[in-house]
Design a protein around this ligand. Structure first.
Ligand code: UT7
Length: 332
């Protein structure tokens, strides 16, 4: 019997504390005008000290259960995409399982940087399609402030903290659900966007700390060029593969790293901005959380209706990039 996976609920959590461009002007040699015109970002959220990625992710999971009207005990599996796990092990998924009360769920993490949510979503979809599971939660969550150097103007203006989650369930309805994934990696890009130390190559030492190797390093210009071309390519390729054009899309939810990268993709797709979900001005780049956070806000704003053709596209460290095509399953 035909079984597909569909998103049956979407939710998010963002910390209360806001860090504005004005605040950053007082911390590094930058200007609100530079940040806004070069990236589209006006402010971002920062999680309080003593809290971690799993705390935001657990709130998103609890919110999803409320929205869907289910008990967390009904969740069978939790997959967390993140580059800022609470610690190396246990997985952040394990901590989310405990904190959200989803005690019957197995759990693990996926590391694919900004593309992590789409990679995790593709895995969750396979569990549902295989017919072995009926409630899988896929989370994208990052506390980027934990790995951001607030003395480095090249990176500290870009990132923020957030979590977003979707619930995947099976359906017999061929008109709705996840249609396809296109995922790519290119390890030759590893050196341009990375957190160098703390792993097995450069374990923490006085030297790694003194050299700021526990913070994000990015060659912004190089990453930008690659991101612009790959995100647009993978967004166009997946819709054309299925015989659609930009006109058929009801909503495009891109990774929110830079408004200029989103602009380039929107141009290639040939779609109007009223079909594009953009919230980078409020949250900055929240890495694995950007797509589920933007999807959740789109849902709250009534931008998603049953049978709508929806496209996700992303690009991130690794390099990794990809797209997802789906038909939305329910009206608000
Ligand atoms: O999500 C994962 C993937 N990541 C991305 O997709 C990010 C891709 N990259 C970018 O979004 C952009 O490259 C940035 C926003 C990071 C930088 O924008 P850019 O237009 O590529 O600027 P740039 O790095 O070429 O820097 C231009 C100038 C430089 O000054 P000089 O050398 O021309 O004198 C920088 O030092 O802007 C300077 N600059 C700043 N000035 C004020 C860099 N950061 C800042 C800053 N405030 N915060």
């Amino acid at each position: 019997m035909y079984k597909n996976a569909y998103i049956s609920a979407v939710a998010h959590y963002v910390p209360e504390k806001v860090l504005t461009n004005f605040d950053l002007e007082k911390m590094v040699d930058t200007s609100g005008e530079w940040i806004r015109t070069r990236t589209g970002i006006k402010e971002r959220r920062i999680l309080e000290d003593g809290k971690a990625t799993s705390d935001m992710a657990a709130e998103a999971v609890k919110n999803i259960c409320k929205l869907r009207g289910i008990d967390p005990m009904e969740i069978e599996g939790i997959i967390v995409a993140t580059v800022t796990p609470d610690m190396f092990f246990p997985s952040t998924g394990n901590l989310v399982q405990e904190k959200s009360g989803a005690k019957n769920a197995w759990s693990f993490d996926v590391a694919a940087a900004c593309s992590g949510f789409l990679y995790a979503l593709s895995i969750g979809t396979q569990y549902i399609k295989a017919g072995t599971h009926s409630k899988i939660v896929v989370v994208g969550a990052d506390k980027m402030s934990a790995i951001t150097n607030y003395r480095d103007r090249n990176t500290c203006v870009l990132f923020g903290d957030a979590a977003g989650a979707v619930l995947l369930e099976p359906t017999d309805d061929e008109q709705i659900g996840l249609i396809d994934f296109m995922l790519f990696s290119d390890g030759s890009g590893a050196e341009y966007l990375k957190l160098k130390a703390g792993g097995s190559l450069y374990p923490a030492s006085l030297e790694t700390v003194a050299n700021d190797w526990h913070f994000i390093y990015q060659d912004g210009k190089y990453v930008f060029k690659f991101a612009v071309s790959k995100m647009a390519e993978v967004a166009v390729n997946i819709i054309e593969k299925h015989g659609y054009s930009g006109k058929d899309l009801k909503l495009f939810v891109p990774h929110q790293a830079n408004l200029r990268i989103i602009d380039a993709t929107v141009k290639r797709l040939g779609i109007d901005y009223d079909k594009v979900m953009i919230n980078i001005e409020k949250f900055g780049n929240t890495t694995a959380a950007t797509i589920p956070l933007a999807l959740s806000e789109a849902w709250e704003q009534g931008k998603l209706n049953k049978n709508d053709l929806v496209l996700f596209a992303t690009f991130g460290g690794g390099f990794t990039w990809g797209s997802t095509l789906l038909r939305w399953a329910y009206d608000k």
